[in-house]
Design a binder for this molecule. Structure first.
Ligand code: GAP
Length: 514
């Protein structure tokens, strides 16, 4: 079986070869952790965004959207805590001159212990066969027990240092466990320092006295500072939500795993404003609603899990992640947070403006509490891409690469293919394509054999191919080929439109959420 690492490399290469994702500025040797979406990638990304946007704003009477600016008044980031606390612990190796996240170096070391343990278990499983009792082996094998004890001790010291924000203790862990720089192989480390992740730039000319501004590290603050505007102009009554999709920027020190951790990325965030004391009820409700949204895509229920946070930010009273099984393990795709009234209260304090809601039902004014749902578009894209990719060996001895995208979010919904490039078939195929393209992305392709054209469409995840042949000219029927089963059936052109719309429209997906 191919190693997961190799599978991931193959998926990344496929994403480039078929116009999904390119390295940014590639002809200038690229820009680290910044990516561009190609002709197929942008369609998939837009469909994911549309699925989220419509699920939020069209299926909920009490959620509206906004689009706030990326540049915001710098005091907003002071109020939100990002200027003082949006940091990663950073360490440099004096020999390689490379910079690392201290927490990532330690987490990698913990992973090495896990790898050793898993290797011992796999070896024993092979040796003992059917009679192997893994639980017992883990509890009694001296070598495994030793690795587990070392791993747990390392984890304990690491968690304590992180929770106490103790940078000296973090460095001591790195020294005690003899963690070396993967490049220089040495232990010649600097002290650990805090590194703020926000990008800064200047607004206005220096002669006028330029103002230092930040590129937003999250879209959420644009919602908080527009709370009053939307509540008043939209005559919104609590509970209600504000949704936004937009770019966010973080100067990530360790950027890896392709589009999983980027310096410029996109978020889809929704802040749901509720009555104080009702936040945990709403937290629970959004936790379920968001999981339903993910699972409705049909990528496999077993690929999702919740990871409830034990350690909470000082302003939060509940938080969970929705994790997805990527080729490199279960990873966070979405965060759901009960943020109390922290952000609105901070903006009230720093701006001097009253941010209150008069609740007529109970005759009281208060600063609303907030449940936040926050999902990364790029991570969602990666989870869809990875779980839909399959290299298949077919019964006839051939092979194909197929992307099993759920039809409503596939970049191209349908391809119309004339069997041959003559006898009026191209004209008929064009006529069908022109009819379909009002309702869906529909390609026309006449180059190469029909088999090769099917493979090309499989590789970009097109759910349906329509083949036009000589019989079409006689009886107005075409062959409809389904991507996953590769089954072909004859349908009339009038029927075709109905079948396709029913299967590829976003409505079919949205209806599963009700
Ligand atoms: N407003 C809350 C917030 O921003 P977060 O957990 O820092 O919370 C939310 O980010 C989501 O944004 C994550 O679950 C992830 O999907 C995405 N995200 C965060 N940092 C990212 C990065 N560097 N690259 C890609 N996606 C990222």
């Amino acid at each position: 079986m191919a190693k997961q690492e190799d599978v991931f490399k193959t998926i990344v290469a496929h994403a480039k070869e078929y116009g999904f994702v390119f390295q940014s500025s590639e002809i200038y040797d690229g820009l680290s952790a910044v990516y561009d979406y190609g002709q197929n990638g942008v369609e998939l990304k837009n469909n994911i965004k549309r699925y989220w946007w419509e699920a939020m704003t069209m299926l909920h009477d009490n959620i509206v959207g906004i689009d706030s600016a990326i540049f915001m008044h710098p005091t907003i980031w002071k109020a939100s805590g990002h200027v003082d606390a949006f940091n990663d612990p950073l360490i440099d190796n004096k020999d390689s001159k490379k910079r690392y996240r201290a927490d990532v170096l330690i987490e990698d070391e913990i992973a090495k212990f896990d790898e050793k343990i898993n290797k011992e278990v796999a070896k024993a499983a092979k040796r003992f066969g059917e009679s192997f009792d893994e639980e017992m082996f883990r509890k009694t094998n001296p070598r495994v027990m030793e690795h587990i004890a070392k791993r747990d001790e390392l984890h304990r010291r690491y968690s304590e240092a992180m929770n106490a924000n103790d940078l000296a203790a973090l460095k001591q862990v790195i020294l005690d466990y003899e963690i070396v720089d993967p490049i220089s192989g040495t232990r010649n480390w600097t002290d650990v320092r805090q590194f703020n992740l926000m990008f800064k730039t200047e607004m206005g000319s220096t002669a006028d006295g330029a103002m230092e501004v930040y590129l937003r590290p999250e879209t959420a603050q644009g919602i908080f500072v527009n709370y009053l505007n939307v509540q008043k102009t939209g005559r919104m009554r609590i509970p209600f939500g504000i949704a936004q999709i937009g770019k966010a920027f973080r100067n990530e020190i360790v950027a890896r795993q392709f589009i999983f951790r980027m310096r410029e990325f996109e978020q889809m965030e929704m802040q749901f404003f509720v009555r104080p004391g009702e936040e945990l009820k709403w937290f629970d409700s959004w936790r379920q609603t968001r999981m339903r949204w993910h699972k409705a895509l049909g990528l496999g229920d077993e690929k999702y899990r919740f990871h409830d946070h034990e350690k909470l930010a000082h302003y939060a009273n509940a938080a969970t992640d929705i994790e997805f099984q990527m080729p490199f393990g279960f990873k966070e795709v979405e965060g759901i947070h009960s943020r109390t009234n922290f952000d609105l209260s901070q903006h009230e304090k720093f701006s001097g403006k009253k941010i209150q809601y008069f609740d007529q039902e109970i005759g009281e004014s208060y600063v609303p509490y907030v449940i936040e749902t926050s999902i990364g578009v790029d991570r969602m894209f990666l989870s869809v891409l990875c779980s839909c990719y399959e290299a298949q060996n077919l019964e006839n001895g051939e092979s194909r690469v197929v992307l099993h995208f759920p039809a409503p979010i596939a970049p191209v919904k349908c391809a119309v293919l004339p069997l041959v490039k003559k006898d009026g078939l191209p004209e008929k195929a064009r006529e069908i394509q022109h009819r379909l393209r009002f309702d869906m992305t529909c390609q026309y392709d006449e180059k190469d054999s029909i088999g090769k054209r099917y493979r090309r469409q499989d590789a970009i995840g097109t759910p349906y191919c329509v083949t036009v042949d000589h019989q079409t000219l006689e009886d107005n029927t075409v062959t409809l080929r389904e991507r996953d089963s590769m089954e072909q059936r004859r349908v009339s052109i009038d029927e075709l439109e109905k079948i396709l719309i029913e299967n590829v429209s976003l409505n079919s997906l949205l209806k599963k959420l009700l």
